[in-house]
Design a protein around this ligand. Structure first.
Ligand code: SAM
Length: 215
């Protein structure tokens, strides 16, 4: 007999990357308005070769100065059309490379800056991604990030993040709502690391941290 539960799950898994790309491109406007000032400050001084890990549908493209050489490392091929469309709208040249943060397809010390927003929650090996970021950054280069992280221990939100984790990871392409990303950042080996936290107007994936690590 056909196991309809399994069939539906398999179909969902097949469609998930497409659905995720569509949702990122179409449902994030309210969140993006809320973080616009953080992003403006974070991106304003970036120049030269800028590598964005997991750029998704291109929410960050409007914040780059015109002169940057932008390379996006994106594992989900269904993001490409949204990224390309957004770049065309902005008159920006972009280069998309298929890959992951765990193994950046870039030479050592080749980037002036690396950018990550809402990506470190989903990577399968956070320590490897940060080691790769440091490998591809030139000395003095910057890693700029805006990420959602675990709520403080003992809060109801932290408990909720823990309860929801299995289903959230399944629906959200591996996104872990209670990841203590700041600990990995502190251990990664940046020469300096500055970040601050803020409450984002979204359920579950708040608080968030915004900051810069310098190689
Ligand atoms: C929540 S979306 C964020 C997209 C975009 N950075 C933004 O702020 O709108 C997470 C993105 O990370 C990508 N991603 C997931 N795992 C990754 C990995 N291991 N390395 C690089 N990107 C990854 C996903 O395909 C997706 O584009």
């Amino acid at each position: 007999m056909m196991d309809w539960g399994n069939v539906m799950l398999e179909e969902f898994e097949r469609w998930r990357p497409r659905l995720f790309a569509w949702a990122l491109a179409n449902l994030n406007q309210k969140y993006e308005r809320a973080v616009a000032n953080y992003k403006r400050r974070l991106f304003q001084d970036l120049s030269g070769t800028v590598v964005e890990i997991g750029p998704g549908a291109g929410a960050n493209l409007p914040y780059y100065s015109r002169g940057v050489r932008w390379i996006g490392i994106e594992p989900n091929p269904f993001m490409d059309r949204y990224l390309t469309r957004q770049a065309q709208k902005l008159g920006m040249e972009i280069e998309i490379r298929r890959g992951t943060g765990e193994q950046l397809p870039l030479p050592d010390a080749s980037a002036d800056a690396v950018v990550s927003t809402l990506v470190l929650c989903s990577v399968s090996n956070l320590a490897s991604v940060l080691a790769e970021v440091l490998r591809v950054l030139r000395p003095g280069g910057r890693f700029v990030f805006l990420e959602h992280v675990a709520a403080p221990e003992g809060t109801w939100l932290r408990r909720l993040q823990g309860w929801l984790r299995p289903i959230w990871m399944r629906l959200g392409e591996g996104c872990q709502p209670d990841r203590e990303t700041w600990i990995a950042l502190q251990r990664a080996g940046f020469a300096t690391l500055d970040y601050s936290g803020f409450k984002a107007p979204v359920p579950v994936v708040s608080p968030q941290i915004v900051g810069v690590g310098i190689k």
